[in-house]
Write a protein that binds this ligand. Structure first.
Ligand code: SAJ
Length: 418
C-alpha cells in the first residue's frame, strides 16, 4: 500500500487549491505551496482568491482544522502534486518555465518512495523530461523501479470544468499515466483515496496526449459551430434554429457558436500539439484560426452597426470567457470590448455582473461600467457577448428598443442574426 501521511500541492490556482482542499478534507495533511505571497496569505487565513462555488467553505474548514497549511517553501512529503500554469508564448509555443521551476524546487526534498504527479497541461514527453531532470540532480534516486532508492513519477491531467470543480474533481474519471507501470499503479492508489470516478492507468505520454486531445476536440467542434454561424449569416439563415434542427438527428450534436473561444485551456491547449507536429495537426490549427477569426468578425460587425448609429450608446454585455464565471483570461468578450472602447471611448458601457471593477484597459479608454438595468435604460445598441443568467432573464419588453448583436443566441427574437 502507498502510505500517504502528507501531500504537498505546488501551485494554489484554479486546480491546485481545490485539489489541496479536497485531499485535506479526507483527513490527509496537506501543504499547499505557492510562490505568490499574497495567495499564501489569503489561503492561510482560510479565504480564497478565485471564484468557485463552495470552495470558500471547504478551504475555511480545512485551514481552520489544520489539515491544510500553506507556505512558500517546499518540505518533505509522501506525494507532490504539481499544478502550475503552462501558458503559451507569443509564438504559440508552450512555456514550461513554471513546471521546471516547481520540479527544481521539490527535487532537494525528495526521498525514496515519494510519488511526484504532474497535473498541469503539458506537451507530450514532459513527464519523462521531469523524471530525467530529477535523477540528473539527484543521482541517489531512480524512477519507477522496485528497488529501495526509487521515486515514482506520473502524469494525471485535471479535467474539471470551472464552476463545477469540486463535484468534477471527485466524480470524473481520471487518466493516470505512469513513467513506468509501477508509477501508474502507485498514482492510481493515491487518487483512489479521494476520487470516486474510475482511475484508469496508462503511460505518461498517452495521458499527456489524452488531456490535449480533450480540449483540442472541443475547440474543433466549437470551430465547426462558429464556421456554420458565418455560413448561415451569409444566407440569412438563423443558425440557432438550424443547429436545433440538425441536433434532432440522433447522431448529430453541433455545439453553440459564440464570439470566439476563451479561457486558459481550450484556446491554448491545441497549440501544444500544433507546435509539436505542425505538419500533421492541420484540422487543429484551422480550428484555432476559425475560432479566432470569429472574434474578429464580431468586432467588424459591431463596429459597422455602431458606425451606422453615430449618437448611440453601446452596451457590451459580458466580459468573462463564458457564462456565470468571473474569469477574464483569454476572453473573446474582453477582447471585443477593448477594441470597441479603443474606437468609441465613453460611448461603450460595460455590463459584467461577476467582477468588482472595470479592467483598467477599458477604463483608460473612457468605457464605463454599469448594471444591466441602467444599460437597458441608457443604451440604444447591445452587443451580447456572454450568456450570463442575468442577461437571459431580461424580457423582450425591456430590450425591444435595442439594436442587438447576439453572439450567444439568447436574445434571438430581436437580434441581428449570427
Ligand atoms: N464555448 C462555445 N460554444 C460551446 C461551448 C463552449 O463557444 O458550445 C466556449 C465558451 O464560451 C468558452 C470556451 O468555449 O469561451 C471554453 O469553455 P468550456 O466550457 O467549453 O470549457 P472550459 O475552458 O471552461 O473548460 C475546459 C473543459 N474541457 C472540455 O470540456 C474538453 C474542462 O473539462 C477542462 O478541465 C478545462 O477546459 C481545462 O482545465 O483544461
Amino acid at each position: 500500500m502507498l502510505d500517504v501521511q502528507k501531500v504537498s500541492v505546488i501551485g494554489l490556482g484554479y486546480i491546485g487549491l481545490p485539489t489541496a482542499a479536497v485531499i485535506a478534507s479526507r483527513g490527509i495533511k496537506v501543504l499547499g505551496i505557492d510562490t505568490n505571497p499574497d495567495i499564501v496569505k489569503t489561503v492561510g487565513s482560510g479565504s480564497i482568491h478565485i471564484a468557485e462555488p463552495d470552495l470558500d467553505g471547504l478551504v475555511q474548514k480545512v485551514v481552520s482544522n489544520g489539515s491544510l497549511v500553506v507556505g512558500t517553501e517546499p518540505e518533505p512529503a509522501d506525494v507532490f502534486i504539481i499544478a502550475v500554469p503552462t501558458p503559451i508564448d507569443h509564438a504559440n509555443r508552450p512555456d514550461l518555465t513554471c513546471v521546471m521551476a516547481a520540479v527544481e524546487r521539490i527535487t532537494g526534498v525528495l526521498a525514496p518512495g515519494n510519488l511526484v504527479i504532474l497535473e498541469s497541461t503539458s506537451p507530450i514527453g514532459t513527464t519523462e523530461r521531469i523524471s530525467k531532470k530529477i535523477v540528473e540532480t539527484r543521482p541517489d534516486l531512480t524512477v519507477g523501479t522496485a528497488n529501495g532508492s526509487s521515486i515514482f513519477v506520473a502524469y494525471c491531467p485535471e479535467r474539471v470544468l470551472p464552476g463545477r470543480i469540486l463535484t468534477e474533481l471527485v466524480n470524473n474519471d481520471r487518466c493516470i499515466g505512469g513513467v513506468t507501470a509501477l508509477c501508474a499503479r502507485k498514482a492510481q492508489r493515491f487518487y483512489k483515496m479521494f476520487v470516486r470516478g474510475a482511475c484508469v492507468a496508462t503511460t505518461a505520454r498517452t495521458a499527456e496526449l489524452v488531456k490535449l486531445t480533450e480540449n483540442a476536440y472541443r475547440d474543433t467542434n466549437i470551430a465547426f459551430a462558429n464556421e456554420l454561424s458565418l455560413i448561415c449569416d451569409r444566407y440569412e439563415i438563423n443558425v440557432w434554429e438550424a443547429i436545433d434542427l440538425a441536433n434532432r438527428h440522433p447522431r448529430v450534436n453541433v455545439l453553440r457558436p459564440g464570439p470566439g473561444v476563451g479561457g486558459h485551456c481550450i484556446a491554448v491547449d491545441p497549440w501544444f500539439i500544433i507546435d509539436a507536429v505542425p505538419d500533421l495537426a492541420r484540422v487543429m490549427r484551422t480550428s484555432r484560426e476559425v475560432n479566432n477569426h470569429k472574434t474578429e468578425t464580431v468586432i467588424e460587425r459591431a463596429a459597422a452597426l455602431i458606425d451606422d448609429h453615430p449618437y448611440a450608446n453601446v452596451a457590451c454585455c459580458g466580459l468573462a470567457f463564458k457564462a456565470n464565471v468571473d474569469d477574464l483570461r483569454e476572453s473573446p468578450a474582453l477582447e471585443i470590448a477593448i477594441h470597441l472602447a479603443e474606437k468609441y471611448g465613453s460611448r461603450i458601457k460595460v455590463v459584467e455582473p461577476n467582477i468588482r471593477s472595470l479592467p483598467p484597459v477599458l477604463a483608460n479608454h473612457g468605457a464605463e461600467r454599469m448594471g444591466i438595468d441602467e444599460a437597458l435604460r441608457t443604451c440604444e445598441i447591445a452587443i451580447l457577448l456572454v450568456d450570463h443568467d442575468e442577461f437571459k432573464m431580461v424580457p423582450l419588453a425591456e430590450r425591444r428598443h435595442l439594436d442587438v448583436i447576439d453572439t450567444r443566441g439568447i436574445w434571438q427574437d430581436m437580434s441581428v442574426r449570427f
